[in-house]
Ligand binder design. Sequence first.
Ligand SMILES: N[C@@H](CCC(=O)N[C@@H](CS)C(=O)NCC(=O)O)C(=O)O
Length: 219
Amino acid sequence: MGDEGFRLVIGNKHTSSWSLRPWLAFKQAEIPFAEVRINLRAPDAKEQIRAHSPAGKVPVLWVGDLMIWDSLAILEFLAERYPEKTLWPEHPAARALARSASAEMHSGFQPLREHCPMKFVTQDPKSEFPEAVEADIRRIVDLWKDCRSRFGADGPFLFSQFSVADAMYAPVASRFRTHVADLGAFGDDGTAASYIDALFALPAMEVWAEGARAEIAAR
Ligand SMILES: N[C@@H](CCC(=O)N[C@@H](CS)C(=O)NCC(=O)O)C(=O)O
């Protein structure tokens, strides 16, 4: 399929964790799209976002006059529109697990999200975490280990090949890289650390990082 005129509205690359998810999936699936970036630090950011979506949040995907205004909904749309890209794992059990993991991320881990904001190109290791954040970190480490041990033998990602689940957890990998110096303290046997390395080795992640650095330089 060629250029379908997709317009993906995103926030700041340094901090907008939800924006990274569909952006990374577009890049990994090599689907052409135009990027519309809104500086969420601008005083009129809210009005700018509302000009694209009454929900007042990014990311938003425009496909002609169709608006899709939520990161997971955009990922689902791409998976459905491009079945040949296998953005969900093909094996039904793997797909069910990938969907569960993605939904858990989408609706959960509030303590981690509040305490460890995404700062894509900054190091800010914390010496201690509130109990609820520790529980989130442990849960995610266990979840990643489970996905990798059951379905990750044929590649470096949660379900071997890059999937929606990796797009959903890429911002978490960034939060861990910024804030958590030693994942071993949270039960990691090296699986989570290697998984984070694999995500950050993607050329698209470096493109996102360059954008984040440019934003910081422009402040
Ligand atoms: N459920 C939405 C949440 C998106 C969201 O919270 N986006 C943040 C940026 S990361 C936002 O738009 N913040 C701007 C605001 O609330 O004014 C999704 O997953 O797309």
